[in-house]
Ligand binder design. Sequence first.
Ligand SMILES: [Zn+2]
Length: 234
Amino acid sequence: MDIFIAYIVLGTTCTSVIFLYKYVINRHFNRLSRDDLTQRAIGWSLLWPILIFYSLPKIGLNTLFDKHEDFGFSGSIEKRQAELLSLWESPPYCSNFIETRGYDESAFEELASKLQFDACDIRDYLNELGPRSEFNVMNQDAIILKWINNRNTDSYDISRVPEELDRFSNTANSLLFKGIGKAYCEECQVEYLANQLNCISDKLSPGWNFKRLECCRGHLLSKVKGIHLNCRPK
Ligand SMILES: [Zn+2]
């Protein structure tokens, strides 16, 4: 019994320290509701060894406060898996042109921009990454590739990305960073080629950064979180 009490006290203490540190540094909790924060506090207090020895070293402090289903405790992972599996088993048709709205992963909101790509460019980029050709709920590359390969190559209409493929914002951002595709800024009402955009990488926490794309007048068109897999100490 004493060991159990010590376990809970340690969990509660480390959770309180993390919350306090986050609040002192950022003065906010990434728009998480009181219910979200309560669920996380209870989950972390009970599962603190996972938090300390796995989550923190791997994903960093900031990500723990992301409003992301993967880090919730509400059973939403099962719902998400079912939606993606349905898309994997019967991908909807798309055309040769793919469009998605710009997204800001730090504010969790859509931006006043449209990002457009040739389906062949998306296919080539994803093939280069070499995703395993099997369903994976944590990495949507194979699902996106299967959807793109299922396109109607005779159609030159514009296709919107299915809502379930929320990681496409990351693919779109990476393509534009590589100079592929174009972006329409709704504030300028101007279409820009990828190589006309400003590509900015902001350091976030060890291993993590935000990759921002702005038009030449400074309007934010896309912002996603990335990880440096090949970081070398300077
Ligand atoms: Zn603009």
